[in-house]
Write a new protein. Structure first.
Length: 72
Protein backbone atom coordinates (compact mmCIF):
# COMPACT_ATOMS: atom_id res chain seq x y z
CA UNK A 1 0.00 0.00 0.00
CA UNK A 2 1.31 3.44 -0.89
CA UNK A 3 0.14 6.63 0.84
CA UNK A 4 1.21 10.26 0.73
CA UNK A 5 1.45 12.56 3.73
CA UNK A 6 2.15 16.24 4.09
CA UNK A 7 5.33 16.79 6.03
CA UNK A 8 7.06 19.91 7.27
CA UNK A 9 10.80 19.51 6.54
CA UNK A 10 13.25 22.38 7.08
CA UNK A 11 15.84 21.64 4.40
CA UNK A 12 16.89 19.20 1.68
CA UNK A 13 19.54 17.67 3.94
CA UNK A 14 16.93 17.04 6.64
CA UNK A 15 14.67 15.42 4.04
CA UNK A 16 17.49 13.12 2.95
CA UNK A 17 18.31 12.07 6.53
CA UNK A 18 14.62 11.53 7.22
CA UNK A 19 14.16 9.41 4.10
CA UNK A 20 17.15 7.22 4.98
CA UNK A 21 15.86 6.67 8.53
CA UNK A 22 12.33 5.83 7.35
CA UNK A 23 13.62 3.29 4.83
CA UNK A 24 15.31 1.42 7.71
CA UNK A 25 12.04 0.98 9.63
CA UNK A 26 10.89 -2.64 9.60
CA UNK A 27 7.95 -3.11 7.25
CA UNK A 28 8.72 -0.14 5.01
CA UNK A 29 8.98 -1.20 1.36
CA UNK A 30 9.93 2.26 0.05
CA UNK A 31 9.88 5.88 1.16
CA UNK A 32 10.46 9.21 -0.55
CA UNK A 33 10.65 12.59 1.15
CA UNK A 34 10.28 15.50 -1.25
CA UNK A 35 11.56 18.72 0.32
CA UNK A 36 10.21 21.01 -2.40
CA UNK A 37 6.70 19.55 -2.27
CA UNK A 38 6.83 18.93 1.51
CA UNK A 39 5.50 15.38 0.99
CA UNK A 40 6.31 11.92 2.29
CA UNK A 41 5.38 8.97 0.11
CA UNK A 42 5.35 5.80 2.19
CA UNK A 43 4.98 2.29 0.86
CA UNK A 44 4.41 -0.57 3.29
CA UNK A 45 2.48 -3.80 3.69
CA UNK A 46 -1.25 -3.06 3.77
CA UNK A 47 -1.94 -5.49 6.62
CA UNK A 48 0.53 -3.73 8.95
CA UNK A 49 0.37 -0.20 7.56
CA UNK A 50 -0.89 1.52 10.74
CA UNK A 51 1.74 -0.19 12.89
CA UNK A 52 4.52 0.65 10.41
CA UNK A 53 3.31 4.25 10.22
CA UNK A 54 3.57 4.64 14.00
CA UNK A 55 7.15 3.33 13.88
CA UNK A 56 7.92 5.72 11.02
CA UNK A 57 6.63 8.65 13.09
CA UNK A 58 8.86 7.61 16.00
CA UNK A 59 11.90 7.30 13.74
CA UNK A 60 11.17 10.69 12.18
CA UNK A 61 10.96 12.38 15.60
CA UNK A 62 14.22 10.73 16.63
CA UNK A 63 16.17 11.81 13.52
CA UNK A 64 14.59 15.24 12.93
CA UNK A 65 12.66 16.45 16.01
CA UNK A 66 11.51 19.63 14.22
CA UNK A 67 9.88 17.68 11.38
CA UNK A 68 6.13 17.18 11.44
CA UNK A 69 4.32 14.49 9.45
CA UNK A 70 0.61 15.18 9.19
CA UNK A 71 -1.50 12.01 9.44
CA UNK A 72 -5.21 12.32 8.65
Amino acid sequence: MKKKFKCDVDCANCASKLEDAIKKVEGVTDAKVNFMMQKLTLEADEDRFDEVLQNVLKAARHVEPDTTIFVD
